[in-house]
Ligand binder design. Structure first.
Ligand SMILES: [Cu+2]
Length: 166
């Protein structure tokens, strides 16, 4: 009886390591499968998340640095003036370098235009009562003459000074 029990116990004890071994192998296989799948997908997730987070933060940085720069360097300056025989109602315009300048010229009398050679700006000729707008970026500092290139208007004094401050 005792021997029998011992034998059974021994048999159980002998078999137990096989079960445990099998279970461990199974766990390793299943676990490894899950692990590899888990790491693959989590890696991808981390990468995508990391990339998108980076992109977003880079975009944020770009817009963050651009917005204040636009405000400080590139503000819009709008000037309205009249032209006549032979004058511009505004004879001096001061802007900051980097500003975008809109000048609207309305003719009170005669036909006129406005030209700024240094910025390659030349408006169409406006008839009396009409208006025209030129637009340019004042991307260099200095003093520049603007003038009317119709007839001898420039010689007659239809000129002004654009001052672009650094
Ligand atoms: Cu003119």
């Amino acid at each position: 009886m005792e021997d029998n029990q011992n034998e059974q116990n021994t048999q159980k004890n002998n078999k137990l390591p096989y079960y445990i071994g099998g279970a461990i192998i199974l766990l390793l296989i299943v676990g490894g499968l899950f692990f590899s799948l888990g790491t693959d997908s989590s890696d991808q997730n981390t990468n995508t998340l990391g990339e998108s987070t980076q992109e977003t933060s880079e975009n944020d940085k770009v817009t963050d640095t651009n917005d204040p720069a636009d405000e400080t360097d590139g503000k819009l300056v709008e000037i309205e003036m009249q032209g006549g025989m032979y004058y511009f109602s505004t004879e001096e315009i001061t802007v900051n370098k980097g500003d975008t300048v809109h000048i609207t010229l309305t003719s009170e009398e005669g036909m006129h235009n406005i030209v700024i050679d240094e910025f390659n700006v030349q408006s169409d000729v406006v008839n009396e009562g009409e208006a025209i707008t030129i637009e340019f970026v004042a991307d260099k500092a200095g003093e520049f003459e603007y003038y009317c290139s119709v007839g001898n208007h420039r010689q007659m004094g239809m000129v002004g000074t654009l001052i672009v401050e650094e």
